[in-house]
Design a binder for this molecule. Sequence first.
Ligand code: AMP
Ligand code: MG
Length: 417
Amino acid sequence: MNLPPRADCDADINAISIDEALVRIESRLPKLDRHESIDCTKAQGRILAVGVHSPISVPPFRASAMDGYALRVAEAGNELTLIGHSFAGHPGPDSIAVGTCQRITTGARVPDEANAVVQQENVDLTGNTVVVNKAPTVGLNIRLPGSDSQEGTPLINAGTRLGAAQLALLAAHGIHNVLVHEHINIAVFSTGDELVSAPDLLSNGQIYDANRPLLIALLDSPAVRITDLGICGDTESDIEELLKKAAKADLIVSSGGVSVGDADHVRTVLERFGRVDLWKIAMKPGRPLTFGFSRPEQAYFGLPGNPVSAALTALLFVKPAIRTLLGMPAVRWPQLQVPVVSKLSKLPGRVEYQRAVLDQNESGIWQVSTTGLQDSHVLSSLNTANCLIELPIESSGAKVGDIVQVIPFAHFGEGSL
Ligand code: AMP
Ligand code: MG
């Protein structure tokens, strides 16, 4: 039963928390275990399916961390004769005779008998006689074998997104092939008789479809393949038709048509095909969210039609669901604590996300201000915003100077998962 709204509270007894919704979604999603072996040059942004162990120790040999002279520490107080050199990629003799030292460059192999490298700035060189000005300690400027990673130890965990750091690590270990999750197929469509796309012109009562480009850009990444199924009319048969077209999808994401209005048929059709849950979530914007399965192993998200609500629910629920399908660990957005410079209105009862701008004042202090009108149809608020302010469920707004939680948009970058 819905409680009548109260002027001082925005709570709904039937609403579940964001965390509860995330747990429900995660527990119901299948883990798609389809792997493929690919060349590392094509692996950027893909998700590692099986953890990788170090096939070699890195560095593979004792290497110099400086340009200088390899010597025995015990002899550093004596005049030393410079004999031979070890350059990166061109190791010198492995032994150094008593009373001698070897010229060495960064990354070159240190002769076995040397136990320090003195950097060239701390040495006087006259002819081939070396005098050390600063006493070295044992091991100075020597990178030990395996100091980056030891042969046989875990290098990168399964479920890791392969970005620049991971690809460099794989390359540094001579790995050129990896087992990654196959692409997840995601079908996206918009529902609404009022929707058209350019270059079609608007007729009376029509608006342009903003959600498909929004969702495609938000959800796309090298780990997924998105199929754009276009716009679907507000009839059960139109929706059924699109579900058939999406037969190969692992995940369907639609927007609109999920309330309980006359033109809201998504739920009815889904119930016919599979199972569906329509949840009220204690958040604003984006309270109604449909999650279910249109066929076994084909998850379905029916997002609210208002573009800002669709964006928020995609970020909060669809992105984590994609991570789960890809075997990635769940993450929560890092939040910053920043003073707010505009007054924020809110009723207690649900978590509220306000579009905002994070910047520095004249004194260099970070601050946050809202973009103004926060209605869920106001897409321009997303354009000018660079972050969200998250006001907790019990909050009744904020006054100028209060510290609020801020989620920078950097975490939502395209391809970021
Ligand atoms: P609905 O959830 O279908 O009731 O739609 C809620 C509001 O969002 C209505 O004002 C719709 O016209 C609008 N809307 C629905 N889908 C889209 C879309 N794809 N692009 C822009 N606005 C939309
Ligand atoms: Mg609609």
